[in-house]
Ligand binder design. Structure first.
Ligand SMILES: *Cc1c(COP(=O)(O)O)cnc(C)c1O
Length: 367
């Protein structure tokens, strides 16, 4: 990324001189890497500022484009706020939104998706993997249903891409949101995959002001961001199977150590159909805030990072039917590329010590 902040300072949209061309080359290189990692073509990748913007562009863009065809959108209760909030915005504009329930592991049923389709349904938006509990939705099955009914299918894959195999053809998805910083790229850059063939997806921009990114997302491109995003994807795509295996072993070690050291610990999310690096646990008879403070040397969170400042229990855990006291006393551990076994053991011991201490002293007993 570094040269594109200084030496190669050209604007990728400047076509009339070599400085612009060099910047454009970097952007196109990034675009190719991202496209090839998900089985897409370069021209189907539109750069954005992150998955939040990609989700907004996909949902609001399709809704505006097809308002005359229909005004019904299907999504689920455990989606990220960057999907639920644009859907609520559509509701205010008169659209109808079906928010599907999930099972106790956090999965939507493909049957429920199909049953909720109406003549006016224009979009299904369901995430590939959940950011709080790691659960995968059965995306390929839902892709088939969407195709059968001729409905566009968007997936927020911010958590999945770079961590599990992802192919737009095999999954049958038409729009895909990606975020660079979730796969060790820079913050503030992301992409939206927009299918160009069978069907060719059309959508209205949400920002206006120029022809950049085929008109889908005008504005001067973040050249260092696009270059760094491409590099991050390239590295992540190198040996994803080995990497997942290593991370899965670390997760099992963390989970086993904690449950061997403590009774009354519950796993949130699906036992197997989940991201390898996600472990979400609830601890009986402790108070969530105190628990987080008790292990403050470990960078864990309760709920999602985006809403961790709020005192509301996680909307995701609520949707799974986790009772409020347990939802409050939940911790999300994220295991990544650079996590070591020693760090896993440290986190496990810190958790065990904190929970034991809180259970001995806490007046809050029955959950
Ligand atoms: C992080 C995240 C987002 C938001 O992505 P930004 O790039 O930070 O805007 C959206 N959806 C999911 C599932 C995420 O994990």
């Amino acid at each position: 990324m570094l040269p594109y902040f200084s030496e190669v300072f050209g604007n990728a949209a400047s076509k009339s001189h070599s400085f612009g061309w060099r910047a454009e080359e970097a952007v196109d290189h990034g675009r190719r890497k991202i496209a090839s990692a998900i089985g897409a073509q370069s021209k189907e990748i539109v750069f954005t500022s992150g998955a939040t913007e990609s989700n907004n562009l996909a949902i609001l863009g399709v809704a505006r484009m097809f308002a005359e065809k229909g005004q019904h959108v299907i999504t689920a209760a455990t989606e990220h706020k960057a999907v639920l909030d644009p859907c609520h915005e559509l509701e205010r504009l008169g659209y109808r939104i079906t928010i599907l329930p999930v099972d106790r592991f956090g999965r939507v049923s493909p049957d429920d998706v199909e049953k909720s389709i109406e003549p006016g349904t224009i979009l299904i938006s369901l995430m590939t993997a959940n950011n709080e509990i790691g659960t995968f939705h059965p995306i390929a099955d839902i892709g088939k249903i969407a195709k059968k009914h001729g409905i566009l299918f968007h997936t927020d894959a911010a958590q999945a891409i770079g961590k599990t195999p992802f192919d737009v053809g095999k999954l049958g998805v038409d729009l895909v949101s990606i975020s660079a910083h979730k796969l060790y790229g820079p913050k503030g850059v992301g992409a939206l995959y927009i299918r160009s063939r069978s069907p060719r997806v059309r959508l209205h921009p949400v920002v206006f002001g120029g022809g950049h990114e085929r008109g889908f997302r005008p504005g001067t491109l973040n050249v260092p961001g696009a270059a760094g995003f491409g590099k991050a994807v390239e590295i992540a795509a190198k040996d994803p199977a080995d990497e997942s295996k290593r991370i899965l072993l670390l997760r099992s070690r963390l989970h086993d150590t904690i449950t061997q050291g403590l009774p009354d610990v519950h796993l949130n999310g699906h036992p197997t159909e989940r991201l390898p690096g996600n472990l979400n646990l609830s601890f009986e008879r402790v108070e969530g805030e105190a628990l987080l403070m008790g292990i403050k040397d470990v960078a864990v969170s309760s709920g999602s990072a985006c809403t961790s400042a709020s005192l509301e229990p996680s909307h995701v855990l609520r949707a799974l039917g986790v009772p409020d006291p347990l939802a409050h006393a939940s911790i999300r551990y994220g295991i990544g590329r650079f996590t070591t076994e020693a760090e896993i053991d440290f986190a496990a011991q810190a958790t065990i010590t904190a929970v034991r201490r809180l259970r001995e002293t806490s007046p809050l007993l029955d959950s």
